[in-house]
Design a protein around this ligand. Structure first.
Ligand SMILES: NC(=O)C1=CN([C@@H]2O[C@H](COP(=O)(O)OP(=O)(O)OC[C@H]3O[C@@H](n4cnc5c(N)ncnc54)[C@H](O)[C@@H]3O)[C@@H](O)[C@H]2O)C=CC1
Ligand SMILES: O=C(O)C(=O)COP(=O)(O)O
Length: 599
C-alpha cells in the first residue's frame, strides 16, 4: 500500500507550474485541457477571466504596508488596491471584489473573510512568516491557496532577537528612559554579561539557528530544543539539541523561535517557569501566544524570571494597562522583528512573486496549505496529471445514476521505488475528475483531500512495482470504483468494480482498458464506448453515422475478448454528437450497449 511521499523544497526554490485551480471559478488559474483539433497542443496554464472578459486583470487587495518593489511587481500584472487599517467588516465587504489578498501580521484573515469572498478569493499572501493570523482550515475548505514569504525576514528577526537580548542584559531601554527623565542612576542599571552564559534557543528553524550563530559569536554557550530539527544541522554550528525540560533547566537566557500552533500555545506557563533557573531571562520575537502572559508576570514578580524582552504579544497592540508591558523589568518593542528596510523590500518581492505566480496558475514553492512539488518532478508528471483527471472523469461517468460513489481505489504501476513517486498531485486530480462532473463543487490541489472527505469519498492508493527501467515515472494508472452499478456493464471488471486504466503514450494520455477490455484511444475531446458482437463492418457502420452527422472522429479502437465474441469499441470524437446521432448508434443491431463520455 503506497501513500504519497512528501517532497520538501528549499525556501529559495523557484515557483512551480501547477495546474490545480478550478475551471469552475471565475478568474481562476486553470489547467487547460488540450483538445485535438487536428494537431496536438501541449498542456497550458491560463488565467480564465469571466464576467469582465479575458483581458481583465485580477484584483489584489494589499491590506497592510508593503515595500514598493513588491507593489511594482503586482501592478505589472494586477489591479492593486492598497487599503490599510480596514475594519474586519470593511475587509469582508471589499474581499468579494478581490482575487488575492496580501497581509502582514496585523490583519486577521478569518473564516468570515473566505465566506464573504463568495469563491472569488484565490490566494492569500502573507508578507512574512507566521500564518497564525490566517484561518488555514477555512482557506483550504474554500480552495484558497495560502502562500507566505518565509525567508526574506529571517535575518531581521534574528538581529532583533539579539538586539533585545543585549539591550535587556544591559538595561538599555530602562536606562535610556531614566536619563531622558533627567536622572543619572548608574548603580540601578548594572547589567549582566552574556559571555559564558547558556542560551536556550527554543525552535531551531530559520530564525532560531541564525540567533544561535550570532549568540555563539558573543561567546555564549548555545543549546537548542526543537523536536523536528535535524541534530546534524545543530551540530554543524556547535549547538547541542536537548529535550524541553533540560533546555529550560540549563538556560540563563531562553529565546523563543517556534511558530504559534495549538501545541506551542502557552508553552511557557506556571508549570514550565517553575522548571527554570531562578533569575532566567526570556526573549520572545516569535509570537506572544507561546507565553502565558499572566504566568510570566507571576514569574517576574516571584523572581524566577529576572527580565523579559518581548517583541510580540497575545493581543497586538497589547492593552494600555497591561501589567506585563508596564513591568519595570520588561523591555518591549511593537512587533518590529521583521521591520528593517532590507527585510521589508525582500518580503514584498518574495510575496508579490508568489501571489502573481499563483494567479497565473503556478504554485509558489511557499504554498502553506497545498503540497509543494519540485519543478522537475512536476514537469515529468504533467501528462500523468492530465491522465489522472481524465480517468477520474471517465470512471465517474460510467457509474449508473443512484449508485453513490464511496470507495475508489487508485493503482499506480511504476518501476520507480515507492519513495520516488509523489502521488499527491495525481490523487488530487483524480479527485477533481471524480467529483466535478457530478457536483457544483470545484476541486483543486488545495481542497481535494478535504472535499473528498466531506463527501464521504474514500480514495485508497496502491502501488504495483514493475521490473524494468524507471525512465518513466509511471507505466499506467488504474481507477476502480467499488460497490456501484455501471451504465455501461462492460466497464465492470472481473472483480466487480468499474475499472478504467490509462497510460501516457508520446506525452499524450490514452485510455487503455475499460473493465476487462483492452482499448487504445487518446484522451482528447470526448469518447463513445460501444459493446458489440465482434463482427466485420462495425467500425464502418458507426463511423459513417458520425460522418453523416458531421462529428469528427479522432480515434477508434476495438478491444475484444476473443475473435467473433464481444468487443468494446472506443471512439474518440471532437464534437458532442446530438441525441439523434447517439440514438442511431444505439439502433445498430450488433451494438449491445453504448455510452457517451465527456472528457
Ligand atoms: N517578530 C517578528 O517580526 C518575526 C517573527 N517571526 C516568528 O518567528 C518564528 C520562527 O520563524 P522561522 O524561524 O522563520 O520559522 P521556521 O519554520 O523556520 O522555524 C520554526 C521552528 O520551530 C520548530 N518547532 C515547532 N514546534 C516546536 C516546539 N513545540 N518546540 C520547539 N520547536 C518547535 C520547528 O521545527 C521549526 O524548526 C515564527 O513564529 C515566526 O512567525 C518570524 C519573523 C519575524
Ligand atoms: O514574519 C513574521 O512572522 C512576522 O512576525 C513579521 O510580522 P510583520 O510582517 O512585520 O507584521
Amino acid at each position: 500500500m503506497a501513500t504519497s511521499a512528501s517532497s520538501s523544497v528549499s525556501p529559495r526554490q523557484p515557483s512551480l507550474k501547477l495546474s490545480l485551480l478550478s475551471s469552475k471559478q471565475s478568474l481562476s488559474p486553470v489547467f487547460s485541457v488540450p483538445f485535438n483539433h487536428g494537431k496536438r497542443s501541449l498542456p497550458r496554464f491560463v488565467i480564465v477571466a469571466s464576467g469582465s472578459g479575458l483581458s481583465s486583470k485580477p484584483t489584489v487587495l494589499v491590506a497592510e504596508k508593503l515595500g514598493e518593489a513588491g507593489l511594482g511587481l503586482l501592478k505589472e500584472f494586477a489591479n492593486v488596491d492598497c487599503s490599510y487599517n480596514l475594519t474586519p467588516e470593511e475587509l469582508c465587504t471589499k474581499i468579494s471584489l478581490c482575487d488575492a489578498l496580501i497581509v502582514r501580521s496585523g490583519t486577521k484573515v478569518s473564516r468570515e473573510v473566505f465566506e464573504s469572498s463568495a469563491g472569488r478569493l484565490k490566494v492569500v499572501g502573507r508578507a512574512g512568516v507566521g500564518i497564525d493570523n490566517v484561518d488555514l482550515a477555512a482557506a483550504t475548505e474554500f480552495g484558497c491557496l495560502v502562500v507566505n514569504a518565509p525567508t526574506a525576514n529571517t535575518v531581521a528577526a534574528a538581529e532583533h532577537g539579539i538586539a533585545l537580548l543585549a539591550a535587556m542584559a544591559r538595561n538599555v531601554a530602562q536606562a535610556d528612559a531614566s536619563v531622558k527623565a533627567g536622572k543619572w542612576q548608574r548603580n540601578k542599571y548594572v547589567g549582566v554579561s552574556l559571555v559564558g552564559k547558556t542560551l536556550a534557543v527554543m525552535g531551531f528553524g530559520k530564525v532560531g539557528s541564525e540567533v544561535a550563530r550570532r549568540a555563539k559569536g558573543l561567546g555564549m554557550h548555545v543549546i537548542a530544543h526543537d523536536p523536528y530539527a535535524p541534530a546534524d544541522r545543530a551540530r554543524a554550528i556547535g549547538v547541542d539539541l536537548v529535550g524541553f525540560d533540560e533546555a529550560l533547566a540549563r538556560a540563563d537566557f531562553v529565546s523563543l523561535h517556534m511558530p504559534l500552533t495549538p501545541s506551542t500555545s502557552k508553552m511557557l506557563n506556571d508549570e514550565t517557569f517553575a522548571k527554570m533557573k531562578k533569575g532566567v531571562r526570556i526573549i520572545n520575537v516569535a509570537r506572544g501566544g507561546v507565553i502565558d502572559e499572566d504566568a510570566l508576570v507571576r514569574a517576574l514578580d516571584s523572581g524566577i524570571v529576572a527580565q523579559a524582552a518581548l517583541d510580540v504579544f497575545t493581543v497586538e497592540p497589547p492593552p494600555q494597562d497591561s501589567k506585563l508591558v508596564r513591568h519595570e523589568r520588561v523591555t518591549v518593542t511593537p512587533h518590529l522583528g521583521a521591520s528593517t528596510m532590507e527585510a521589508q523590500e525582500g518580503v514584498a518581492i518574495e510575496i508579490a512573486e508568489a501571489v502573481v505566480g499563483a494567479l497565473k496558475g503556478e504554485l509558489a514553492a511557499t504554498a502553506v496549505n497545498a503540497p509543494m512539488v519540485p519543478a522537475e518532478v512536476l514537469t515529468e508528471l504533467k501528462p500523468f496529471v492530465e491522465l489522472a483527471e481524465k480517468l477520474g472523469r471517465l470512471a465517474v461517468q460510467l457509474v449508473a445514476g443512484g449508485s453513490g460513489v464511496k470507495t475508489v481505489k487508485v493503482t499506480y504501476a511504476s518501476s520507480r521505488a515507492p519513495d520516488d513517486l509523489d502521488t499527491r498531485l495525481l490523487r488530487a486530480m483524480i479527485t477533481k475528475g471524480l467529483i466535478e462532473p457530478i457536483s457544483s463543487v470545484f476541486v483543486n490541489l488545495v481542497n481535494a483531500d478535504y472535499t473528498a472527505k466531506q463527501r464521504g469519498l474514500r480514495i485508497t492508493e496502491e502501488r504495483i512495482l514493475l521490473d524494468g527501467s524507471p525512465e518513466n515515472p509511471l507505466e499506467f494508472i488504474q481507477v476502480q470504483i467499488a460497490n456501484v452499478e455501471s451504465k455501461f456493464a462492460s466497464a465492470i471488471s472481473e472483480s466487480g468494480e468499474i475499472k478504467v486504466e490509462g497510460r501516457v503514450k508520446d506525452g499524450v494520455p490514452h485510455l487503455t482498458k475499460v473493465g476487462s477490455f483492452e482499448v487504445d484511444v487518446s484522451l482528447e475531446g470526448s469518447i463513445i464506448l460501444c459493446r458489440q458482437v465482434d463482427q466485420p463492418g462495425m467500425i464502418g457502420q458507426v463511423g459513417s453515422i458520425l460522418g453523416e452527422e458531421n462529428v469528427n472522429v479522432s480515434f477508434m479502437s476495438v478491444g475484444r475478448i476473443a475473435p467473433r465474441k464481444h468487443a468494446v469499441m472506443a471512439i474518440g470524437v471532437d464534437d458532442q454528437p446530438s441525441k439523434q446521432t447517439l440514438k442511431r448508434i444505439g439502433e445498430v443491431p450488433a451494438i449491445e450497449e453504448f455510452v457517451f463520455l465527456k472528457l
